[in-house]
Write a protein that binds this ligand. Structure first.
Ligand code: ADP
Ligand code: SF4
Length: 690
């Protein structure tokens, strides 16, 4: 296949100061939960993007000095020459595929806690930490400012020593010192670094000039600037100081990388922002500077990308999440393989890796984080290890991914699904308000499976144990999913809740099936991820009177890890849903529910004509257990292995289900994986003197 000429413009080279990007695809800096802890994993993950055609591949925040220690979150570091070697791994990996390597130098100022280094956190003024930990930051003296500039110059030189091509001066989020100097909320100085905007931008200008002085002969110097904080006149805004900063520094950097602050606005989930939603804020920048401009917007559609370029919004298509979900996105556009693009669904599970201090994972791309330690390539997979046939039971995300990847390996695969549609929970959940993009997790897999002559799919085919034994496939993969419990058992209640066996006590599956619901509705959320609040939102939107009872103090508390909690709570309140946080259910009656405060046990009674339980799920594993009960029968049926994957093994995220589907496909007929150590570890070398 060849490229559609409409997309030619995306493959034009772009001059960035002294370096040239081979096309307009630009992987902007993004966190990955690897940083200094796992440099080889980091290098390999970034290499995949270079191999997949991105012209520029950047690091995440790269700390310039121990006074900016982001522990326990793993970020890149350039504190000393040892760190140059670690960064060099990534730069060399990116260069192997003709891409440019960018390094986002960062100091987190008021955003650091320095938990590891125990150095005094510093910022423009004496103030509370942005992170909200006990302890404040010390306002920087003139000497501190001199030191900061020296650290930045040294880090830039180290980045150059590591052979990086693009070196960032970073004021892109409220977590960074240079942004803190710009901000009237953070900078209360009365000297030449505070007061008017020109003064607040002085340090940014100095650092830009000095970075150009020390590395500008060979490296491009980029600025990452948040041109809007979505705080109106209280913050930096594209109609106010954001624009003025761009005007002040217009021609100084070699490239403008412009975005929104803070991270939840920059990486807004698909539930709260559409593709290209930053355009209205960043579009002005190109009218002010002649330097290339890059911006993000969860771009996955080549038509949207071309439109951004043609209409003069951006010069380069920036991407973090689309490059995680599909490192080969540029190559697929170049080769005219548009149907194969694995589009980001905007779920922000990738972000959660950073917040949980672990290598990131991705719902759409199960190979992320496994490139080095398990040797998983996002596009390639070993050919089949035998001529055995495979039966996959259940076409939810786990079964679909297992089928797709086994089919890619060349196995003859049969997929049987009880329902009339593929997708399992993805199909159900993507019909909830704001989650339509999640259907991409199903559609991409169904699309690939349909192209495979070696895969057969049977819908409306509920299989029994006898069916499976009778068919006699070589391998059986059970992916039959899980169902929400109506009895309220979950984190807070270990025993069924009294009265939960009544007909008006429902589960999300009842809601998906359009069950009759009597008002008022009480949704009990002890899962505390997205579903409880989303069911409440759906029902309130359909005209019901809804009360949301949560066992924790914030609605959908775990969604802090996907940057959505604030927006979810705001939406629930704006919709007029009654909220009772930090309460559990004690007993359910015909028309009311006895609740109790989780702190004081103080009782509270709420009216409820129906109750929807979002607490925990029961694996639908009867088929798997029945098959495993009788190994002789399996042998005589010619079945060599039976595996349970996804929710029928351990109900979890869609990302986990897809990952397990992928893993079972990789491991079939492969050399056995050591269950005690299933992947390579990155060992920290001990100094020779020890
Ligand atoms: P997962 O997230 O693990 O993929 P899902 O619940 O999303 O789990 O999907 C499981 C799928 O398995 C559902 O579409 C369900 O209809 C199907 N299924 C369950 N039991 C059987 C069975 N015995 N035969 C065929 N399909 C089944
Ligand atoms: Fe996109 Fe979700 Fe993957 Fe992140 S985890 S890249 S948001 S699909």
């Amino acid at each position: 296949m060849t490229r559609d000429p409409r997309f030619d413009v995306l493959f034009e080279p772009v001059q960035i100061g002294p370096v040239t990007a081979k096309n307009r695809f630009y992987q902007v800096p993004h966190c990955c939960g690897m940083g200094f802890n796992w440099p080889q994993s980091h290098a390999k993950m970034r290499e995949m993007k270079a191999e997949g055609g991105w012209a520029v591949v950047c690091t995440e925040e790269c700390m310039i000095h121990p006074s900016s220690d982001y522990s326990p979150e793993p970020q890149a570091r350039l504190w000393d020459d040892h760190d140059v070697k670690c960064l060099g791994l990534m730069v060399d990996a990116v260069h192997r595929h003709g891409a440019l390597a960018g390094v986002q130098l960062a100091h987190n100022g008021v955003g650091t806690q320095n938990l590891f280094t125990r150095m005094t956190p510093i910022g423009p003024s004496d103030q509370s930490s942005v992170i909200g930990t006990p302890g404040q930051t010390r306002g920087m003296s003139k000497r501190d400012i001199q030191e900061f500039r020296r650290w930045h110059r040294n880090a830039a030189l180290r980045a150059k020593q590591a052979d990086a091509d693009i070196i960032y001066v970073y004021a892109g989020h409220d977590s960074t010192l240079l942004m803190h100097f710009l901000s009237r909320r953070r900078n209360f100085r009365s000297d030449e670094y505070g007061g008017c905007l020109e003064n607040r931008a002085r340090l940014l200008r100095e650092v830009l000039e000095e970075t150009k002085d020390v590395v500008g002969d060979r490296c491009a110097v980029a600025i990452r600037l948040a041109v809007d904080e979505l705080q109106g006149s209280e913050g930096i805004s594209c109609e106010g100081e954001g624009r003025e900063i761009v005007e002040l520094l217009a021609e100084l950097p070699d490239l403008w990388d412009v975005n929104l602050s803070d991270w939840e606005n920059d990486s807004v989930s698909s539930r709260f922002g559409e593709e290209g939603w930053q355009e209205r804020y960043v579009a002005f920048v190109k009218q002010i500077t002649s330097k290339p401009v890059v911006g993000v917007g969860r771009f996955t559609s080549p038509d949207t990308m071309v439109s951004q370029i043609r209409r003069g919004v951006l010069d380069m298509i920036g991407a973090a999440r689309p490059s995680i979900a599909d490192p080969f996105l540029p190559e697929k556009i170049e080769q005219g393989r548009l149907d194969e693009i694995r589009e980001c669904i905007g779920c922000n599970i990738c972000v959660s890796g950073q917040h949980t201090f672990t290598p990131m994972r991705c719902t759409q791309n199960p190979s992320v984080g496994e490139e080095w330690r398990r040797g998983w390539h996002p596009e390639r997979i070993a050919p089949k290890g035998s001529d055995a046939t495979v039966l996959v039971i259940g076409a939810g995300p786990a079964g679909l991914e297992a089928t797709r990847a086994l089919g890619q390996r060349g196995y003859a695969v049969t997929l049987a699904e009880a329902g009339g549609k593929p997708g399992g929970r993805v199909t159900q959940e993507s019909r909830l308000p704001g989650l339509s993009a999640w259907a991409r997790a199903r559609d991409w897999r169904v699309g690939r499976i349909q192209e495979m002559a070696n895969v057969e799919v049977f819908l409306d085919s509920h299989l029994s144990t006898e069916d499976v034994l009778e068919y006699g496939f070589g391998h059986v993969v059970v992916a039959t999913g899980a169902r929400w419990r109506a009895d309220g058992v979950g984190v807070s209640n270990w025993q069924p809740i009294r009265g939960s066996d009544q007909a008006h006590v429902l589960t999300p599956e009842h809601i998906y099936a359009g069950a009759t619901i009597a008002d008022p509705v009480l949704v009990f959320d002890d899962d505390n991820f997205y579903l409880g609040a989303l069911v409440a939102e759906k029902l309130q939107g359909e005209g019901h009177a809804v009360t949301l009872v949560t066992t924790v103090s914030k609605v959908s508390s775990w969604t802090e890890n996907t940057l959505e909690q604030h927006r979810i709570q705001a939406r629930v309140l704006e919709l007029g849903i009654e909220v009772a946080t930090a309460h559990t259910i004690v007993q359910i009656h015909a028309d009311q529910v006895d609740c109790a405060c989780v702190y004081t046990n103080r009782p509270r009674t709420l009216p409820a004509g129906s109750v929807v339980m979002v607490t925990s799920r029961r694996p639908d594993n009867q088929l798997y257990l029945a098959l495993m009960e009788n190994p002789e029968k399996l042998t005589s049926a010619g079945i060599r292995s039976v595996s349970a994957i996804g929710d029928c093994s351990n109900p979890s995220t869609i990302a986990t289900a897809i990952y397990e589907g992928h893993r079972v496909a990789r491991e079939l007929d492969a050399a056995p994986v050591d269950p005690d150590m299933p992947f390579r570890r990155e060992q920290i070398a001990l100094a020779s003197s020890v």
